[in-house]
Ligand binder design. Structure first.
Ligand code: HEM
Length: 518
């Protein structure tokens, strides 16, 4: 009799538990997202109709024929928005330059209108922006709570620790190491060319070289010592970004448990490698603190005027991870797209060589000299416009944001700023928007004649703008100067123009070039 009662009580408890579970799931999968959908509609936003819990995922997953053209075709099209973000391009035509789409049950406002962006961000300080929780969660093994993802007062603290690493005197000291690594790469190429192999995959080469540069300048270690970290970061990047089909869908981590576990393990392995780099530095620098990035991160002293600006061990490891990754890939891709554009516009190779002769002559390259390479600055900006390595900028609203009297962006809504679209918008850049014309930056070096000041965002905007943009610009100019003074280059017939997104904007099949010594 008693056991029947126990069984009945157990069944009742199970039924209640299942009921709660079902309520929880339906709340998470349908009720809350539908309420949020309705609220966004009431607040003036339209967009493609989502079907919860996957949102607009199906349309985003649709395969596209991504090959734009091969190098044998005379012209390579730079009109890439509909190639790299076909779904955004489609939705923009239907719903305008500001619309809502859904990654699973997460609402994203897609913004390709600089005026909307200006109004939306006018009163919000860097520390008051959030980063999309869904990305913070999914990308945790890669960025943890490093500067890219951290928010609020913690962001202020991290930013104060890191900013001095890129001060002009520190940058000056890094120039020599950049020259050294780039020269080693070019010596390798000379040997290859001499042995009858003039075709080189530039993307592969430059990713290694910028990796070497950040390893030396940021962490005071050789590329070989950092190689394990780079290798594992690359593996992690592929796992996280190549097949993230269910981002934003509740419980998606459990749908692809193998991937989740692999990413977590790789993240842990990278953490241990970084801990040993940090321990080595602590041992080797006793009493002799260094002024590179790692030295500043390890400093136990507060930044002058900012008490409480030291980092915990966990934060330290996450910052190292952020800089190992962020510190090489974007600059490498900026240089990769530059060599593509210079290979297809050889008259600009000639112009830049002339400028280098005038500004630098036969002297040694240093930070001050490369700052004087104005035309190279136009070329860099024009490349970042056509092929921004960071193709979008993300935020999350931490409060309701009123834009004009027409829109309210509700708190917690994610924001996706479509940089590729804004950089290719004829309304702001004119009819030649998809042509390579560095001279557009001649009279307007900051905005390239764009009709709106927020229409050109290669390094982001506001207080969260790229902390290392001066470092990246100096590295870009030093490496490009050295390449142009030793080689001319043209496109290999094997090149296939296929820009694609793997977090950053890259040529899917690399960049094979034919190099010729000058
Ligand atoms: C051409 C090269 C580069 C480009 C195009 C680029 C672009 C960007 C963009 C678009 C952002 C987001 C800004 C925002 O949210 O408003 C960013 C942030 C950031 N970048 Fe760069 N970046 C480059 C090079 C670098 C390098 C070399 C490093 C490190 C040495 C670096 C470290 C960071 C960090 C840590 C942040 C986060 C800043 C914050 O949220 O406070 N970047 N970058």
């Amino acid at each position: 009799m008693e056991s029947v009662q126990i069984f009945q009580a157990f069944c009742l408890a199970m039924a209640v538990f299942l009921l709660f579970l079902m309520c929880g799931i339906s709340c998470c999968w349908w009720v809350l997202p539908n309420l949020a959908y309705r609220k966004l509609k009431e607040n003036g936003f339209s967009g493609p109709k989502p079907s919860f819990p996957i949102g607009n995922m199906n349309e985003m997953k649709k395969k596209m024929n991504r090959v734009v053209s091969s190098s044998s075709t005379l012209s390579i099209s730079h009109d890439i928005h509909s190639v790299v973000f076909p779904y955004f391009s489609r939705w923009q035509k239907l719903h305008g330059k500001v619309f809502v789409y859904w990654l699973g049950t997460e609402a994203f406002i897609n913004i390709a209108d600089p005026e909307f962006l200006k109004k939306m961000s006018a009163d919000i300080k860097g520390k008051n922006w959030g980063k999309p929780s869904v990305f913070k969660n999914d990308r945790e093994p890669m960025f943890g709570s490093g500067l890219v993802m951290v928010e609020g007062d913690d962001w202020v603290r991290h930013r104060h620790v890191i900013t001095p690493a890129f001060s002009p005197p520190n940058l000056k000291a890094m120039a020599g190491l950049m020259v050294e690594s780039a020269t080693d790469m070019l010596d390798r190429w000379s040997a290859l060319i001499n042995s009858g192999k003039p075709e080189i995959d530039f993307e592969k080469e430059i990713i290694n070289t910028t990796g070497e540069i950040i390893a030396k300048t940021g962490f005071g270690i050789s590329y070989e010592s950092g190689q394990k970290v780079f290798g594992k970061l690359r593996e992690l990047q592929i796992i996280l970004f190549k097949s993230n089909k269910y981002e934003g869908v509740p419980f998606s981590k459990f749908m692809n448990l193998k991937k989740t576990l692999k990413a977590r393990n790789l993240g842990n392995e990278i953490d241990s490698l970084l801990v040993s780099i940090i321990t080595d530095r602590l041992e080797s620098s006793k009493g002799h603190p260094q002024n590179d990035l790692l030295g500043l991160l390890l400093s136990k002293k507060d930044v002058v005027g900012h008490p409480g600006t030291t980092l915990t061990t966990r934060e330290l490891v996450d910052e190292c991870k952020t800089f190992f990754f962020g510190g090489h890939e974007t600059t490498a891709l900026a240089l990769t797209w530059t060599l593509l554009l210079l290979a297809t516009n050889p008259e600009w190779q000639i112009q830049l060589r002339e400028e280098i002769r005038e500004v630098i002559g036969d002297g040694e390259i240093d930070a001050t000299m490369v700052a004087g390479l104005k035309k190279m600055g136009w070329v860099m900006n024009e490349v970042l416009r056509l092929y921004p390595p960071a193709p979008n900028v993300q935020r999350q609203a931490r409060q309701d944001i009123k834009v004009d009297n027409n829109y309210i962006i509700p708190r917690s809504t994610n924001i996706w700023i479509d940089v590729v679209s804004m950089h290719h918008d004829q309304d702001f850049w004119g009819e030649n928007v998809n042509e390579f014309k560095p001279e557009r930056f001649k009279d307007d070096p900051l905005y390239g004649g764009c009709k709106h000041k927020m229409g050109f965002l290669p390094f982001g905007f506001g207080g969260r703008m790229c902390v290392a943009r001066n470092f990246a610009t100096m590295e870009y100019k030093i490496v490009l100067t050295l390449i142009l003074t030793r080689f001319s280059f043209s496109l290999s017939p094997l090149y296939c123009h296929c820009p694609a997104i793997l977090l950053s904007l890259r040529p899917a099949g690399g960049l094979p070039l034919i190099f010729e010594p000058l």
